[in-house]
Ligand binder design. Sequence first.
Ligand code: ATP
Length: 235
Amino acid sequence: MLKLKDVHTYYGNIHALKGINIEVSEGEIISLIGANGAGKSTTLMTTSGIVPAKQGSIEFKGQDITHLPPDEIVKLGICQVPEGRRIFPYLTVAENLDMGAFLRNDKTQIKEDIDYVYGLFPILANRKNQVGGTLSGGEQQMLAISRALMSRPKVLLLDEPSLGLAPIIIKQIFSIIKKINEEHNTTIFIVEQNANLALKAANRGYVMENGAITMTDTGENLLTNEDVKKAYLGI
Ligand code: ATP
C-alpha cells in the first residue's frame, strides 16, 4: 500500500534519511523504533509531504506521491498525527474535529464520524465545548487522533503517541489504535521511542539508526531479538 524506496531527506547539510526502504501493506500496524534523532519523525514527515525527499520515491497504492503537497497527500488518505499533538489550543474540541474534516463536504457522514470518535473517546464528548489547550495531555492525544480520523484516513501516521503520558493513558490509547485498525481496516504506521509498547502492538517493525533502517522483522521476533533487547528494551 505504501512504499518508501531508497528515500533520502536533508535538512540543509544534515543527511537525516540515508536511503531508507519501508513497505506497509493494507491493514497492517507497523512500528518504527529507534533512539533520539535516528530519523523517525523525518520518515513520517517525508511520507506526508511536509519535508521533501531529495532522492528516492514514495508510492501510495501504486501512485507516486513523492512530490505531492501535504494537502493532496491527506486527500489521498494519508493523515499524520504529529509529535506533541499540535491540536488547535484556542478552538474547542468540537471545532478541532471540524478542522479535521475541512477537506470534506459530505455532511451526513461527517456527523457519523464525529459520533464514532466520541464513541471511541467518550471523554471528548464530555469536553466538546472545552478549548483544546485546557485538555490534559492524554485528552489532547485523543483529540489529535480523533481529528486525524475525521479525514477518514486509509493510513494513519502516528508520531510518538505515548510521549509524556501516564502508563494507564498510554494503554488506553494503544488499545483504541488497535480498535481503529480492526474496525476500519485502517493501516497504521507508528513511530515510537517506547519500543516495547510499539512492537507489542505491531504486526511488523523496523529499527532505525542514524538515518538508516538496520533491521526489520515481525513485532514478535524483534521483541525477542538480543540486539533489540539490549539497545531498546533495556533488558
Ligand atoms: P526523536 O525521537 O528525538 O523525535 P527522531 O528519530 O524522530 O528523534 P528526527 O526528529 O527525525 O529524529 O531527526 C533526525 C535528524 O534530523 C536529527 O539529527 C535532527 O537533529 C535533525 N533534524 C530534525 N529536524 C530538523 C530541522 N527542522 N532542521 C535541522 N535538522 C533537523
